[in-house]
Ligand binder design. Structure first.
Ligand code: HEC
Ligand code: HEC
Ligand code: HEC
Length: 427
């Protein structure tokens, strides 16, 4: 699978390691060594089979496969590298192999990993594994995922050893104390059932916040600005890292204000709607996860997202002169598809006016799509649009910065100024 790295988490954990010394391994002990018999979850029709089916559905919703499958290997057998400047951490083998996977785990062990970030023996997991979101998932749903994973073919495979910093797992004790609260999702009785279902999926298995929320100095999510946009790193060929911005998902003008619930639902289940097409790391999310969700669940996600109160950016807009400097490049290279109005067209391209990608605080994704094109996944349709080409060879850093500033400062769009150095950094 394409590797999306939450480099941030790892750095945070590493920082905690540096800051704190002299602590021994955690004390939590395993309750039992024997695999537990399955318990039937509430809400299922009662048979083990329906529980396994439910577990498969939830495993898709959590996109476990994207992170737990290294290129060309058996699904869920792990070994996907997460490269950071502190070293590399590898995802675990979560097939039911007894020696190298989670075959010896009890359902309680599995719950503790998903809810508390703790593996058997008190081994602290790093939040590159999004237990910070999975902690919200109900016991019944975690148990169903466990039941499904146990039906997989065991694969004997031990991922490579993590780099030194990531073997210092006790540092996570402090990180968790400061930034993590283990708690299940609490429904809000003032909201509809659909809204609550959406909130549960978005903040739980969907872990949308892991990419779409900003982080503090220790790279923990900033709760007060949840879903207002975040950044992440993708490792591309040659082990190089490419930054991305995950857009503001709130109904701010620089976020999803222009999107209807139906636009959102269509985008999430198909990777495309009249407002935008999917590209970059979001492609894996749609391709391996969201498109398997039921129509009511996707609709619930959209309803919840549209209810998020707008969180605007406070950054200074692009100066007038910088906007004008990109006008000619826009009319020469972009206008034929995106139109002079920025509104795009049914058979050419999505709108850039009111686009969350264009207006994101961090222009990383805007720069990437201009440099490299959308590179959309093959099984995601893009309606009747034309194909946007990469401009890395046709436009230099100054020109790409200029056209970025043009689209960020036109048609009532708002975004801070992009510099040629930022473009150069993403080549
Ligand atoms: C964003 C990437 C990502 C996603 C999504 C993800 N994981 Fe992981 N997971 C990891 C990484 C990385 C590790 C290794 C963490 C460590 O070594 O501290 C891990 C570790 C684990 C472990 C601990 C196993 C062990 O012995 O170390 C379990 C269990 C697990 N994941 C289950 C799941 C399940 C179930 C899902 C889906 C609901 C899931 N993961 C989704 C990245 C991910
Ligand atoms: C692995 C990181 C990651 C995760 C997890 C993730 N996203 Fe994204 N998302 C991105 C990035 C990067 C973009 C910008 C690229 C693009 O628009 O395709 C994006 C774009 C989007 C967009 C399109 C905005 C636009 O204007 O084009 C929507 C809507 C969205 N995400 C919703 C979600 C939802 C809902 C979830 C959880 C179910 C989610 N995302 C999970 C990284 C992520
Ligand atoms: C041949 C038609 C065409 C041309 C020319 C073109 N684009 Fe695009 N553009 C598209 C299509 C189609 C998409 C949607 C791709 C997808 O997401 O799969 C797109 C998407 C985008 C997006 C993402 C919008 C969003 O909200 O998701 C941006 C930003 C963008 N283009 C900017 C530009 C810029 C800047 C130029 C000129 C340098 C340009 N495009 C030239 C067709 C074009």
């Amino acid at each position: 699978m394409k590797a999306i790295r939450f480099v941030n988490f790892a750095i945070a954990a590493a920082l905690t390691v540096v800051v704190n010394t002299g602590f021994s391994n955690g004390q939590a002990a395993r309750t039992s060594d024997a695999p537990q018999p399955l318990r039937v979850v509430s809400g299922s029709s009662g048979s083990a089979n329906s529980m396994i089916e439910q577990g498969k559905y939830l495993t898709d919703a959590g996109n476990c496969i994207s992170c737990h499958t290294r290129a060309g290997a058996a699904a869920f057998s792990g070994g996907e590298p997460f490269v950071t400047k502190w070293g590399t951490i590898y995802s675990s083998n979560i097939t039911p192999d007894e020696g190298t996977g989670i075959g010896n785990w009890t359902v309680e062990d599995f719950r503790r990993a998903m809810h508390d970030g703790l593996a058997p023996g008190g081994r602290h997991l790093f939040p590159a594994f999004p237990y910070t979101s999975f902690t919200r998932v109900s016991d019944a749903d975690v148990d169903a995922i466990y039941a499904y994973l146990r039906t997989l073919q065991p694969v004997r495979y031990t991922p490579p050893a993590d780099s030194f910093v990531f073997r210092q797992r006790w540092g996570m004790v402090f990180w968790n104390l400061m930034f993590f609260r283990a708690q299940r999702f609490q429904p809000d009785p003032r909201q509809s059932q659909e809204w609550n279902r959406g909130a549960y999926l978005v903040g739980g298995l969907g872990h949308c916040d892991a990419c779409h929320s900003p982080r503090n100095f220790f790279m923990a999510e900033v709760a007060s600005r949840a879903y207002s946009g975040g950044t992440l790193q993708e490792t591309v060929q040659g082990g190089r890292v490419r930054p991305w911005s995950a857009v503001n998902l709130t109904s701010a003008r620089t976020g999803l204000a222009a999107w209807s619930v139906d636009d959102l639902a269509k985008y999430l289940e198909s990777g495309f709607c009249l407002r935008a097409g999917v590209f970059g790391p979001m492609s894996d999310v749609v391709d391996n996860s969201l498109r398997y969700l039921s129509t009511p669940d996707v609709h619930a996600v959209a309803v919840y997202l549209k209810s998020l109160p707008p969180l605007q950016s406070s950054e200074a807009p692009v100066p007038e002169a910088a906007v004008r400097a990109g006008a000619k490049i826009y009319s020469d290279h972009c206008q034929e598809c995106h139109m002079s109005s920025g509104r795009g067209g049914l058979f050419s391209a999505p709108p850039l006016a009111a686009s969350a990608v264009v207006q994101a605080d961090d222009p990383a994704s805007l720069i990437n799509i201009i440099l490299y094109g959308p590179d959309a996944p093959k099984d995601v349709s893009s309606g009747g649009w034309q194909t946007m080409m990469p401009y890395a060879d046709d436009l230099n850093d100054v020109q790409i910065a200029a056209v970025s500033n043009y689209v960020r400062g036109s048609w009532n769009n708002r975004g801070s100024e992009v510099t040629p150095a930022e473009v150069a950094g993403q080549r």
